[in-house]
Design a protein around this ligand. Structure first.
Ligand code: ZN
Length: 351
């Protein structure tokens, strides 16, 4: 019997920094940046979109080796099955099952192929930790229930006004020349998705399994990159000293073999990690008010101010990721509210 595969699952809403964290973690010895593995079947095997290394996925030697162990001829069916099982309208039932202590996402014949995927990735990369930035909480619940998986959840949270602003940017799915755009939900929808996914992430893992759950706010990560990544690496189970930092806020990135994610996953070389505060200036008053009203419950919980530039709720200004898994509840994440990413060519606003 093989030892279980440790999966670090990045959960939460989109545009919260998961691509950046995945790419940086992938530079640590023993960690493999797999990217958004839930898209392997559709965007990878069916559409043959680029791997993080730049090759079309089916031409990447690593994914070719992995694919030989998988029923890739059924990739389109498996992708459709996943979409059906992970629909938003299934959320109430998923949470009810979780409360009753049963599998949140019921078992399915395709689960064997999904379990084989993670096992094959671990085997072919030799990684101790597979970093999966799929984000969608129901998929994380599905993966956590697969045989042979040891799941740890990194919950990345970002100010919802920043994510709503970021969602509206026009970006090609795999870079500026890609005619297929990343989704651009309107502010109200981005706000509701933020609230739903972050709340569900806390319900699934933060409340019940705090030892396998770490919450980090992207604002704290960009304010203090090196120490925050060290804490994440230690939580994931890789050597925190092995990171790619050449300075407190600069990393040297080599190509990864990540599947899907923000186009920034293709960046290599020295990359500074700094705050992108464009949303603070450019998000309209109306959008700010709308997103604030729709996410009010979550703002308090995760320690974000209601007013633009205002202070966070009492007790929220403690640096997050202080080495302990976040315990859930108001202000557990702590930290300074700042923007994300950076201006100029190295912008990390997604995923
Ligand atoms: Zn590759």
């Amino acid at each position: 019997m093989n030892p279980p595969v440790r999966v670090l699952y990045l959960a939460g809403s989109g545009r919260s920094g998961s691509t950046l964290v995945t790419t940086v973690l992938g530079q640590y010895p023993g960690a493999f940046a797999a990217g958004e593995l839930r898209y392997l079947w559709q965007r990878g095997e069916v559409e043959n979109r680029p791997c993080g290394c730049g090759r079309p996925l089916r031409d990447c030697p690593l994914w070719r080796a992995v694919a030989r162990e998988l029923p890739v001829e059924r990739a389109a069916t498996i992708a459709a099955g996943l979409r059906g099982r992970l629909r938003m309208r299934g959320l109430p039932a998923l949470l009810r099952r979780h409360r009753r202590g049963v599998r949140p996402v019921p078992a399915h014949p395709d689960d064997a192929a999904l379990a084989d995927l993670y096992a094959a990735v671990a085997r072919h990369t030799g990684a101790r930790v597979v970093v999966d930035s799929s984000k969608l909480p129901p998929y994380g619940a599905l993966v956590g229930a697969l045989p042979g998986i040891d799941l740890r959840v990194l919950h990345l949270v970002r100010d919802p006004r920043a994510t709503a602003f970021s969602w509206r940017r026009r970006r090609g799915l795999d870079g500026d020349t890609d005619p297929e755009l990343m989704s651009r939900p309107p502010a109200w929808k981005a706000a509701l998705l933020w609230l739903v996914w972050n709340t569900v992430t806390v319900r699934l893992w933060g409340d019940r399994a705090p030892e396998g759950y770490l919450r980090v706010r992207y604002e704290d990560l960009t304010a203090d990159p090196e120490p925050t990544l060290r804490r994440i690496a230690a939580f994931a189970g890789v050597d925190p000293d092995g990171g790619p930092f050449t300075g407190p806020a600069t990393v040297r990135l080599t190509p990864t073999h990540s599947v899907a994610g923000n186009p920034s996953r293709h960046r290599t070389g020295p990359v500074p990690i700094t705050a992108d505060v464009q949303w603070r200036r450019d998000l309209s008053r109306g959008s700010y008010a709308l997103v604030t009203a729709l996410t009010a419950a979550g703002l308090r919980r995760f320690g974000y101010p209601w007013r633009r530039g205002g202070p966070g709720p009492a007790g929220a200004d403690r640096p997050a990721g202080d080495g302990r898994p976040a315990q859930g509840g108001p202000a557990a994440a702590g930290g300074r509210p700042v923007g994300v990413g950076r201006s100029g060519p190295a912008r990390h606003e997604e995923g």
